[in-house]
Write a protein that binds this ligand. Sequence first.
Ligand SMILES: [Zn+2]
Ligand SMILES: [Zn+2]
Ligand SMILES: [Zn+2]
Length: 130
Amino acid sequence: MLTPVRRGSLRADILVAPQAPRPVTRGAVGAAGSHEEGTAMSERCAHLSAASTRDPAPSTRGGCAGCAAVGEQVWAHLRLCTECGYVGCCDSSPRRHASAHHRETGHPVVRSFEPGESWMWCYEDEQLGR
Ligand SMILES: [Zn+2]
Ligand SMILES: [Zn+2]
Ligand SMILES: [Zn+2]
């Protein structure tokens, strides 16, 4: 037997309070759907949520702190650690100081330090955030 889809029925199932004076439809009790729409739109991890509220001062202005320490002058892009402000080079760079910093410190989230970019990346969950 086909059950016709009634517009608004899902909402009614949620909104109907126990005390609501409503005629009981045979077979309808306990048939409320289990799918919850609208809850899966932005599931960013706790690290990204926490990091979005932080704005640490960058450890350097001109470039990768790790590269500066070893005299390296080549890197692709820069990342800013949202925990401590460490500026490190990305994984496309020869030295990959941003990843190294995460491994050494456990600081989970970096933010792009490139002009005009503001995305974040969580190493723990390999998740992109904004
Ligand atoms: Zn995370
Ligand atoms: Zn570097
Ligand atoms: Zn850090």
